[in-house]
Design a protein. Structure first.
Length: 228
């Protein structure tokens, strides 16, 4: 099968399309015929070697952190999935492989794709959705009735965070560019601040949680709006 392979740390010259063996699913795994894959900042950061201190790659490495497709085969033993199931997956961090015609992964990383979500959309959901979920509920422990300020709400993780926070019953303020205001407010933000025109730290205070997806000066100024 064909796959996008990283042959060493560096620029785009270290990436090539290559023929690699088609994987076979082990017990507790499924093989997915990939139709679409998500490309994320983590992919080019790993290519450059930015993550090598915590995730050292062994070359050649088939890249790709998330994808959507159809279950093609299942490993030995009982399995929650069957060939023909339409799925999407956040691939195992130490395995990857989504930029290929086929990929195998553990069933706990795989989910059925809702019929309401097209495969090309589903392929880009797992990483941003898990990032937003982990930030809000595993780290910040966001609860119903709390207030949250989300910086960079127009971005992929920000949009997921707004929707999760709304569903959790939180009161949401958001910052971003003017272009994103209608979308972010429709998703659940009750207050929106265009960062080019207003300073959020001069308008807001006593928020329970701040999710900063921007960094630098935005992070420094965010401490003043948190309820002590």
């Amino acid at each position: 099968m064909q796959a996008l392979v990283l042959n060493g740390y560096g620029g785009s010259e270290r990436v090539s399309i290559a023929e690699v063996p088609q994987p076979e699913p082990l017990a507790g795994e499924v093989r997915i015929r990939v139709s679409h894959a998500g490309l994320n900042p983590i992919d080019y950061k790993m290519r450059r070697g930015d993550m090598r201190l915590i995730r050292k790659l062994r070359f050649p490495q088939v890249m790709g952190q998330e994808c959507a497709g159809v279950v093609d085969a299942v490993g030995p033993g009982p399995c929650a999935f069957a060939p023909g199931d339409e799925v999407f997956v956040r691939l195992d961090k130490d395995r990857m492989g989504g930029f290929a015609e086929y990929v195998c992964d553990r069933v706990e990383n795989v989910a059925l794709r809702p019929k309401s979500i097209a495969p090309e959309v589903a392929a880009g959901v797992p990483l941003v959705a898990l990032t937003a979920w982990q930030c809000l509920f595993e780290k910040a422990k966001l609860e119903r009735g709390q207030s949250i300020l989300i910086h960079g709400a127009g971005g992929a993780v920000g949009r997921m965070a707004v929707q999760f926070a709304r569903r959790a019953g939180a009161v949401i303020a958001a910052t971003g560019g003017e272009w994103a205001e209608p979308m972010v407010c429709k998703m659940g933000a009750s207050r929106y601040i265009d960062y080019r025109k207003q300073r959020f730290d001069e308008l807001l205070d006593k928020y329970d949680v701040v999710l900063d997806l921007v960094g630098a000066d935005t992070l420094d100024r965010s401490f003043s709006v948190v309820d002590e």
